[in-house]
Design a protein around this ligand. Structure first.
Ligand code: AMP
Length: 219
């Protein structure tokens, strides 16, 4: 199963991606997580990526495409993969198509999570992430058992720099300009599955399962 999870920032891609990947036994490849890990480790990639992430801008296509194609070449991606946060531009989608064709693979489906702007802003403002294991929380809708502490590993929860209001507005603007055109791109190729994603985590998960089982376009 070769999947892409598309959607604006705050649509719940990371949360849903972890559930899908675990259920299907495929690697969850999040370009945002790769960049945040590189920044935390202070690698050359991290130093390059930091200025873009801090501004809510996209990292240049060549850098992202190189990272993703290298990752997709790893043995654990043979049975399938779930891309979260990639592609984000038409050139990235075209590069992915070329790479998959060259390696004899094809996309199974593109899942597009649909959430209105007001809900996105509320979700991003309340989002907290574990500094140690990356697990996502929300202060209202998915709070940890103990405030500020990760349920899974006890790590410290923090607010991503790019979840602050000014950067959130910029990320939503970038999504509209650069990433939304991908919906038409994949629709034309018969791969797009739209999923209403304003409900709770379990509700959206159930809608995704229905779509992947072939139970209709809408969740
Ligand atoms: P995310 O965690 O998916 O919201 O990604 C966080 C940030 O990482 C984005 O705002 C971009 O700066 C960068 N990023 C992640 N994926 C991509 C991509 N496919 N293309 C360009 N920049 C990306």
């Amino acid at each position: 199963m070769n999947l892409i999870l598309l959607g604006p920032p705050g649509a719940g891609k990371g949360t849903q991606a972890k559930l899908i990947a675990a259920r299907h036994g495929i690697p969850h490849i999040s370009t945002g997580d790769i960049f945040r890990a590189a920044i935390a480790e202070g690698t050359p990639l991290g130093r390059q990526a930091k200025e873009f992430l801090d501004r809510g801008a996209l990292v240049p296509d060549e850098i992202v495409i190189g990272i993703v194609t290298e990752r997709l070449g790893a043995a654990d991606c043979r049975p399938g993969f779930l891309l979260d946060g990639f592609p984000r531009t038409i050139p990235q989608a075209e590069a992915l198509d070329r790479y998959l064709a060259a390696t004899g693979r094809a996309l199974t489906a593109v899942l597009a999570l649909e959430v209105g702007e007001e809900v996105l802003i509320r979700r991003l403002g309340g989002r907290r992430v574990c500094r140690t294991c990356g697990a996502p929380y929300h202060i209202e809708t998915n709070p940890p058992r103990e405030e500020g502490r990760c349920d899974r590993c006890g790590g410290e929860l923090y607010q991503r720099e790019d979840d602050r209001p000014a950067t959130v507005r910029e990320r939503l603007r970038v999504y509209e300009a650069q990433t939304r055109p991908l919906l038409a791109y994949y629709e034309e190729r018969g791969l797009l599955k739209r999923i209403r994603a304003e409900g709770g985590i379990e509700e959206v998960d159930a809608a995704i399962q229905r779509v992947l089982a072939g139970g209709g376009r809408r969740g």
